[in-house]
Design a protein around this ligand. Structure first.
Ligand code: ZN
Length: 483
């Protein structure tokens, strides 16, 4: 009888400890503030690395790859589907094809083989670069040097990548590499922008022999790659948005083609976006009003998230973009200058996809303290954090959270809301969304319970990795992924 009573007592003791845990979790705000105030930079970084992060709703698939992931994939014939890449390492004078060539423009074998010999001599196989040239090739693909900014990003890095991103085997392999890294830092969903619409025959997808691939073939290559076990094992759910290059002369045709394409591939493609320099006035949102109206009448609804307000000067582009039908706005940096639209977004609960590091590196805000993010957050406009072209910043989602926590004095409640918004506002199918939200809520609960314990010991055990951005900007010294 005694032993039965003891057993019952032990059971009640264990149950009461277990039940006490949610109470501690509810009080996690004070624990979080204790950590922020007392942690070293490295401890805080480890904490934010381990943090469950929900989704990344604003990133460009080909801009999300760190240069060394491109290099690994592009020099591995099992990943290129048999393609070989060549990169421009010297420039003959005069340049055989005229114009100003761009160092480290990388091209596929079929392109290289069609060049006259004088031009071929300017290229080297990517796999044969010596250490110093390889280091320069890598440096040419991201903003890691003082003075790097918008010009290098738009006018050099993207053209350099052109030959790689046109091969969907290479870009889908790079996507899986990117998913692995997102998964390791607790990102569970990415809604990445891919496929280029609006440029007509200027931008076509090619196989390793230079044959043009239809967009439906490209979709099948992605679909197949995402079903492989290593992609599934990342734990990251992926959906895509088709992207229209907004300033192209044929951008309206691109919107029509994007609607037709997304409508045929609704399992993976869940939305349409428009991107491209907003300081190129040819891409202003009101230009597209009639084509979006027409497409709305032609197809069952397709969600729109559109870049707007990534701009130095005030204008009504965010308002005009909402009027096109967008429920999410990418960047929204200049929205502060448009109070009526701010009030409307708060009322209508439209989300702004915030990209802190991108906006600072490309010079849309001089420093983080000038970023409108905390104003939107505390004004009541839904926001979430995103990485945009993190491959070109050498950064991670952890870095975005680190910047936000360090600069804007976030509460724990705000942090969890950012993660939840990144899933609630996703365009993923409703059953998947519910599954992702349930998993996020559970992960947050477990995280709170865990870090209610001895947080210093727990953080020391987090297997966190660093990023080139965090090393340079925060002085964090952890191993880089894969190193
Ligand atoms: Zn973007």
């Amino acid at each position: 009888m005694n032993s039965l009573r003891n057993l019952l007592f032990s059971f009640l003791l264990i149950a009461s400890l277990y039940l006490a845990a949610p109470g501690e979790a509810a009080d996690f705000e004070s624990r979080f503030q204790e950590i922020v105030q007392n942690a070293t930079n490295e401890q805080l970084y480890r904490f934010l690395y381990a943090l469950p992060k929900g989704g990344d709703l604003h990133n460009h698939q080909d801009g999300a790859n760190w240069p060394d992931w491109w290099y690994q994939v592009a020099t591995d014939p099992t990943k290129t589907h048999g393609d070989t890449f060549y990169t421009l390492t010297k420039i003959a004078s005069p340049n055989p094809s005229g114009g100003a060539p761009l160092f480290f423009t990388t091209i596929p074998r079929w392109h290289y083989e069609r060049l006259p010999d004088a031009e071929k001599a300017q290229y080297q196989a990517l796999s044969s670069l010596d250490a110093a040239t390889k280091a320069n090739w890598l440096a040419s693909l991201w903003l890691g040097q003082p003075g790097d900014g918008r010009e290098k990003f738009f006018e050099q890095i993207w053209p350099r990548l052109g030959g790689l991103v046109r091969n969907p085997y290479v870009s889908s392999e790079s996507l899986v590499e990117s998913m692995k890294h997102f998964g390791e830092e607790g990102v569970r969903y990415i809604e990445t922008q891919n496929l280029v619409f609006g440029l007509g025959s200027f931008f076509e997808y090619k196989d390793q022999d230079g044959n043009t691939l239809s967009l439906d073939q490209v979709a099948d290559i992605y679909r197949h790659r995402l079903q492989q076990s290593d992609a599934v094992a990342t734990g990251v759910t992926v959906r895509f948005q088709a992207v229209v290059i907004r300033f192209a002369p044929t951008a309206e045709d691109g919107v029509e083609a994007a609607y037709a394409f997304v409508n045929r591939h609704r399992d993976l493609w869940v939305g349409i976006n428009m991107a491209g320099r907003e300081d190129n006035e040819k891409g202003f949102p009101a230009r597209f009003l009639s084509v979006y109206r027409e497409m709305e009448g032609k197809y069952p609804p397709i969600s729109l998230s559109i870049h707007a307000g990534e701009s130095d000067e005030p204008n009504h582009h965010v308002r005009d973009t909402l009027y096109l039908g967008a429920k999410r706005i990418g960047h929204g940096v200049n929205l502060l200058s448009d109070p009526d639209t701010m009030l409307h977004m708060r009322e209508d609960k439209d989300l702004i996809e915030i990209n802190l590091i991108s906006n600072q590196l490309l010079g849309y805000v001089p420093k983080f303290a000038d970023h409108p993010f905390p104003r939107y957050l505390r004004f009541g406009i839904p926001v979430c954090l995103n990485t945009d072209d993190r491959g070109m910043w050498g950064s991670t989602m952890t870095d975005e959270y680190y910047v936000a926590v360090k600069n804007f004095n976030l509460s724990w409640e705000e942090i969890v809301q950012l993660g939840r918004n990144s899933l609630e506002y996703s365009f993923v199918q409703p059953d998947q969304k519910q599954r992702l939200l349930d998993a996020y809520n559970q992960a947050v609960k477990e995280f709170e319970q865990k870090y209610s314990g001895d947080w210093k010991a727990l953080l020391a055990a987090v297997n966190a990795t660093d990023s080139p951005y965090a090393e340079r900007e925060f002085g964090i010294k952890l191993p880089l992924p894969g190193k």
